[in-house]
Write a protein that binds this ligand. Sequence first.
Ligand SMILES: Nc1ncnc2c1ncn2[C@@H]1O[C@H](COP(=O)(O)OP(=O)(O)O)[C@@H](O)[C@H]1O
Ligand SMILES: [Mg+2]
Length: 252
Amino acid sequence: MLEKNSQLLQVIHLRKNFGAIQAVKDVSFDIAPAEIVAIVGDNGAGKSTVAKVISGAYRRDGGEMLWNGGPYEPHEPDDARDIGIETMYQDLALVNDLDAAGNIFLNREPTRRLFRFLPLLDHKQMRERSAELLRRVKIELPSYDRPVRQLSGGQRQATAIGRILLSERARLIIMDEPTAALGVQEQRKVLELIRNLSDHGMAVMIISHNLEHVFTVSQRVIVLRGGEVAGIVSTAEVQKQDVVSLIMGGGA
Ligand SMILES: Nc1ncnc2c1ncn2[C@@H]1O[C@H](COP(=O)(O)OP(=O)(O)O)[C@@H](O)[C@H]1O
Ligand SMILES: [Mg+2]
């Protein structure tokens, strides 16, 4: 067991309602630094809601969260980003007409001054820095100056990752179904990427329906059912069938 204060994130008796719907009734779990944790559960189990409360998109109705042992109360996603929690949403939130470098630097563009008064986006610098960021996690994009609408699903995802890596603060990356829309080859790359992120000291919380992927990449699996924790298991110590039973409510 890790000491309490060595945890990166602690979620304690979390609760979130939407009117009469109790999306999250009572969810507690920890994430250690650089740990890869999977969240699984049937449709409607509360996975995305938990992720959105952690990432500051929703305000919780009960319970508490601790970040590095101190109180964590995000009011908006920027509060999460400021302390190092980055979220990759399923739609990736990319601007299709912009190139990869433009997306990675969106709203954070470096400018150089032309004739001292006309600010110019420094595209060369943005492309070089983008490529350098992605090389760190062993990703090569074929092009940094083509609109991202022309890139494959995996390359678009790599672009979203580049955005996250630009924030040097990132300590926890939340991914909601990152492999769902990808081909088999690119799915494998995403799993590799998740391991690379962890090797670079980042914890990853991955929500996935694919138990094959979950068992390949994660150290622990948190099973949600009906807004509650049905079980938390070490991937090395259980079989897929055990996790399926927890998801379905048949016991471990
Ligand atoms: N914005 C929302 N408004 C109302 N109900 C919601 C909203 N988001 C989720 N829910 C409900 O909360 C429950 C949990 O949803 P969700 O967290 O998306 O589950 P999962 O991601 O595990 O499929 C479901 O019953 C869902 O219909
Ligand atoms: Mg969901």
